[in-house]
Design a protein around this ligand. Structure first.
Ligand SMILES: C[S@@+](CC[C@H](N)C(=O)[O-])C[C@H]1O[C@@H](n2cnc3c(N)ncnc32)[C@H](O)[C@@H]1O
Ligand code: SF4
Length: 331
């Protein structure tokens, strides 16, 4: 008899990307269905997800899941498997990234493969599809785990997505538990003030440097001061603000810039900091191994030490921790 498998992410997520709808995390490698063909039927979307979960349960691993670090045998699960739930659990995580327009054009951006680096300044509709009718339908047909729902806004930048506020409102009206927003923070979002006492808001903002000159090099727009002003406003609200720094080879992967970033966080009053690596850097990949440049370890120790000194929590993405511990990583 085949071993039975399950995946915590698959049990939880619907990820609305531009060309595909994924059923796991925000990578572009997991099992998916074509967005265009399925977007008009929430039943088709939910059914496709159920079939995947059931396939794993009977040991039939989809090609996209083979070798994935999130795949687990039901005999030794970290989390409860399908046999615990008795039926397929409703998704409790929705990822919104069905649009790619942005008011910045960061040199490292993983989404630029599709947006052609065009800078969009005014809010507009997604070039792919509107999500609001789909979300309304998921609620109407009771197809999501409404009481435990987390929504992650990614993209593109939500500050130039026309339906952003309508989406936030529908989630909040339906009692969403947590809203996580990744944004470049260039444009202040007044809706955060409106919702921050109704749900838990977690903002994830990439600054990637500590001064205006480096900001221009990395983000390609001259908006460092606007972002810093907005950060000062956000830190006064009852929300979680994580400030992020993506190490980009030969641009900001040096002690001077990382130090400026840490001093800036102290000055603004940031409480959570993230230091991560450019996942799109082709030089990291050698024979499918993800190799970490040795000087990154120095930058990590400096960051950790100074964050602790300034009472800033140094947050590490779990997979990154695994990569750093091993020095390299196999998918
Ligand atoms: C594509 S962005 C969209 C949200 C928003 N525009 C922003 O920049 O935060 C989603 C997240 O992916 C991260 N990201 C984009 N490209 C990346 C890369 N090459 N390596 C690591 N993280 C990346 C960004 O920092 C951001 O937190
Ligand atoms: S702000 Fe976000 S979406 Fe825009 S280019 Fe930068 S990483 Fe990409």
């Amino acid at each position: 008899m085949k071993n039975s498998y399950y995946c915590k992410r698959l049990n939880e997520t619907i990820d609305f990307d531009a060309l595909k709808i994924f059923f796991c995390c925000a990578t572009r490698t997991g099992p998916s269905i074509d967005a265009k063909e399925n977007i008009n039927s929430v039943n088709k979307i939910v059914k496709a997800r159920e079939l995947l979960i059931k396939r794993l349960d009977r040991g039939d691993i989809p090609e996209e899941c083979v070798g994935c670090y999130d795949l687990e045998e039901q005999s030794k699960p970290k989390y409860q498997g399908l046999n615990f739930y008795k039926k397929v659990p409703k998704p409790n995580t929705i990822i919104v990234k069905h649009f790619k327009q942005c008011n910045s054009s960061c040199i490292y951006c993983a989404e630029q493969y599709i947006s052609n680096r065009k800078i969009v300044l005014k809010p507009k509709k997604s070039d792919y599809y509107d999500l609001l009718p789909i979300i309304k339908n998921l609620y109407k047909k009771n197809l999501i785990d409404k009481d435990n729902l987390t929504v992650l806004f990614q993209g593109g930048d939500i500050s130039v997505l026309e339906e952003f506020e309508d989406l936030v409102n529908i989630f909040v009206e339906n009692g969403v538990k947590k809203i996580e927003i990744a944004t470049n923070g260039i444009i202040y979002l007044p809706i955060i003030e409106k919702i921050c006492r109704k749900t838990f808001v977690d903002m994830d903002i990439s600054i990637d440097c500590g001064c205006r000159e480096s900001y221009k090099k990395i983000k390609t727009v001259d908006k460092f001061d606007d972002l810093v002003n907005n950060l000062r406003k956000y830190t006064k609200l009852p929300i979680q603000v994580r400030l992020k720094y993506i190490l980009v080879r030969n641009i900001n992967d040096n002690i001077e810039e990382v130090s400026k970033y840490i001093e800036l966080m102290k000055d603004i009053g940031i409480k959570i900091s993230e230091l991560t690596i450019d996942q799109c850097d082709p030089e990291f990949l050698e024979n499918n191994q993800f190799k970490i440049p040795p000087h990154y370890y120095e930058l990590y120790s400096l960051w950790e030490k100074k964050c602790k000194e300034y009472d800033i929590y140094p947050s590490l993405w779990s997979y990154l921790k695994e990569i750093l511990d091993k020095g390299e990583f196999f998918k």
